[in-house]
Design a protein around this ligand. Structure first.
Ligand SMILES: Nc1ncnc2c1ncn2[C@@H]1O[C@H](COP(=O)(O)OP(=O)(O)O)[C@@H](O)[C@H]1O
Ligand SMILES: [Mg+2]
Length: 341
């Protein structure tokens, strides 16, 4: 439903967006994910119309948006702060834009939207009398009051602590599903993007490095940047030789992509693809535990090996005898296929 074609935007000599192409489908929750300063908000502002691209086009449902002022675009942006009016009730916050326009069936329309976001019983409260999740739902009800095609959310959970963030993420996802609306969200938090996005674009320095489902991007990172930015990963460098990469004199792994023999490439191995217990493996190596982090359901070990320091994630259930710092261990890689970057 939304097509972004060859968008460029520079601020002086700073190229904030470089040749961005992407398509967002109707009804999906699409994420722009990348580190601070990579151009996410700039791209969102161009979709909303607060900034104009230097070149390229933005097409919504078949029509270019470029000559349309922001308030005429069927698009709403929700900012981190929600920007609710503290002195107005929930009802009046949602009704605000309709009052300005002098709409006749105002009450009916506001109540319908409040019902959609399950806030009918809170309609007479003030924002400060609501939880963060409820405030976010007021902001969404207000944003969808005139039935936009697209909602843009810039760092929707930015300032919240971890526990509240998780709860609100679950709520937002459920709401997005039930509304069946198209959301484009921006975040630098890879966990948020992986858990909420139907599809996501990973951005770095103004460009999209990979676009796909969370599973695609996690399991098959296209670049070294994506592999290191998304989730924890080990990137082990080795020399390409035919259809193998030699990680050491005795350890090699099969590869499916074609590379020049002799090239140095990185093999991406997630910490959970290693094990410390006995069993079959694609390759194994000895090492020494140099650090460990208890993470509740699992333990993340850092192990010094001939291939460098390797992160190994072991579910607590499988960790029959948790290893201590200084222990010698055998690290086994259990994955059968490898992404090479
Ligand atoms: N109005 C502006 N004037 C000058 N530079 C800007 C402006 N807005 C953003 N930038 C620069 O463009 C780059 C991308 O910024 P932004 O899109 O805000 O990144 P993100 O949202 O991914 O953190 C940054 O280097 C930022 O400093
Ligand atoms: Mg930003």
């Amino acid at each position: 439903m939304l097509k972004i074609e060859g968008i460029n935007k520079r601020f002086g000599s700073n190229e904030a967006c470089k040749g961005i192409n992407l398509e967002v489908r109707k009804g999906e929750c699409f994420y722009l994910l990348g580190p601070s300063g990579c151009g996410k908000s700039t791209l969102l502002s161009m979709i909303a119309g607060h900034l104009s691209p230097d070149s390229g086009d933005i097409i919504l449902e078949g029509h270019s948006l470029l000559n349309m002022p922001p308030n005429k675009r069927p698009i709403h942006t929700i900012f981190q702060s929600y920007a609710l009016f503290p002195h107005l009730t929930v009802f009046e916050n949602v009704a605000f834009s309709l009052r300005i326009k002098g709409v006749v069936d105002l009450e009916e329309r506001v109540l319908k939207k409040l019902d959609l976001v399950s806030l009918l019983e809170f309609k007479d409260r003030y924002p400060e009398e609501l939880s963060g999740g409820q405030q976010q739902r007021v902001a969404i009800a207000r944003a969808i009051i005139d039935e936009p095609s697209l909602l843009l959310l810039d760092e929707p959970f930015g300032a919240l602590d971890t526990k509240l963030r998780k709860e609100m993420q679950l709520e937002l996802k459920a709401l997005q599903r039930s509304l069946g609306m198209t959301f484009i969200c921006v975040t630098h938090d890879q966990e948020e993007a992986l858990s909420l996005a139907d599809r996501l674009a990973v951005m770095n320095s103004g460009s999209i490095e990979q676009l796909g489902t969370p599973e695609n991007v996690y399991d098959s990172p296209a670049t070294r940047f994506v592999a290191s930015f998304i989730g924890e990963s080990n990137i082990l460098d080795g020399k390409v030789e035919g259809d193998k990469i030699l990680l050491s004199n005795s350890i090699s792994v099969p590869i499916t992509k074609k590379f020049q023999s002799g090239e140095i490439r990185g093999v991406v191995i997630r910490p959970e693809w290693f094990e410390l217990n006995d069993g079959v493996s694609v390759f194994s190596l000895t090492g020494e535990v140099i650090s460990r982090l208890f993470q509740g359901a699992s333990i993340l070990y850092l192990i010094k090996t001939e291939l460098g320091k390797i992160k190994v994630l072991v579910p607590v259930d499988d960790d029959l005898s948790p290893r201590q710092i200084g222990d010698s261990v055998v690290v086994r890689c259990t994955s059968g296929s490898f992404e090479v970057v």
